[in-house]
Design a protein around this ligand. Structure first.
Ligand SMILES: [Zn+2]
Length: 326
């Protein structure tokens, strides 16, 4: 596959027809088409060629360049976007693919207002697009981590002066620092794969559940700071190595310390301050997931990352209302 860049995409995708074709090469790279209705994978599904070769007239009378297939087994029609995060959107697939690429390739992601300005979509639409793409980033079934795992927690706040008047973090007593959001991260030292979770408060139970949910405990050696929070879960693990930050210790004979997690959090915070500005608590998990996705796939090229994410777009339907509520 040709290396994906913005320049290549502009050349390869001059209209929606090519956008559908292009997405087919990303989602079905072996030429085997998957029917989203019955799941049959086959190179023998029928492509329905439109009368003029490019576009068909929809039931509403408008022209659409959506490439339509018919399943050889269940006989239902579908396109490459059926049942994916792109499905049912009024935004052209051409624009979707550009935004998709930018979110895969930019270290800090891309702000919704930047998408609105660059691609001429409404700000609300741009925001919804980013939320749908983050939903695909979360749709990862790569399983539990094991080996040497670094764990750390942090508080993410932004400047209280910038918080919205109705922000739930605003404390009536004026003690804003107590209402910051907390996040926990687990990072594999070997692969850089990462799991994150937003929590209201970091406790031993939160740490324990996070570890149990995300690692194979009998095969995991945990690296953390000396906070007592980690002691309970440590008993279930193969090993636990601690660096004592209070004593100025950041690495020792047994551990590389928690630098990897701290670096992840500091990049995330810089990006929230610089690119995304204030993020409300109910949306923070999605930003964390987005950063975790790019971090976990840091050894892939932008092209490989885009293909990987294209493999995760299926089986997700996120409505605007759903996106607001989460
Ligand atoms: Zn089918």
């Amino acid at each position: 596959m040709e290396k994906i860049t913005i320049v290549n995409m502009a050349r390869l995708i001059p209209s929606d027809f090519e956008a559908y074709e292009y997405m087919e090469t990303l989602r079905w790279p072996d030429g085997e088409v998957v029917c989203p209705h019955c799941g049959v994978l086959s190179a023998a599904h029928y492509y329905l060629t439109p009368a003029d070769g490019i576009s068909r007239v929809t039931t509403r009378g408008s022209h659409s360049q959506r490439r339509v297939w018919k399943c050889k087994d269940c006989r239902k029609q579908f396109s490459v976007t059926t049942g994916t995060v792109f499905h049912g959107s009024k935004v052209s697939l051409q624009i979707w693919l550009f935004v998709f690429f930018e979110m895969c390739a930019n270290k800090n992601g891309i702000a919704a207002r930047e998408i609105a300005r660059k691609y001429g979509v409404a700000p609300k639409t741009a925001w919804f697009m980013t939320q749908r793409i983050r939903e695909a980033m979360a749709n990862d079934d790569s399983g539990k981590l094991s080996g040497n795992i670094v764990m750390d927690e942090t508080y993410i706040g932004g400047k209280p002066a910038n918080w919205h008047a109705n922000d739930p973090r605003k404390s009536k007593t004026g003690n804003n620092t107590a209402r910051k959001m907390a996040a926990v991260a687990l990072i594999s030292e070997e692969t850089g794969e990462i799991r994150t979770k937003v929590v209201t408060n970091v406790t031993g139970t939160v740490i324990q559940n996070m570890v149990r949910d995300n690692v194979t405990t009998s095969e995991t050696v945990l690296h953390s700071d000396s906070a007592p929070l980690y002691r309970t879960v440590a008993k279930e693990l193969k090993g636990h190595h601690v660096v004592n930050h209070n004593a100025g210790e950041y690495v020792n004979e047994l551990s590389h310390g928690t630098n990897k997690a701290e670096n992840f959090f500091s990049q995330l915070k810089r990006s929230i301050d610089g690119t995304h500005h204030c993020i409300s608590p109910q949306h923070l998990q999605r930003y964390l997931t987005e950063f975790a996705f790019r971090h976990s796939t840091h050894d892939l090229s932008d092209t490989q990352r885009m293909v990987r994410l294209m493999g995760q777009v299926h089986g997700i339907r996120l409505t605007y209302k759903g996106a607001r509520a989460i």
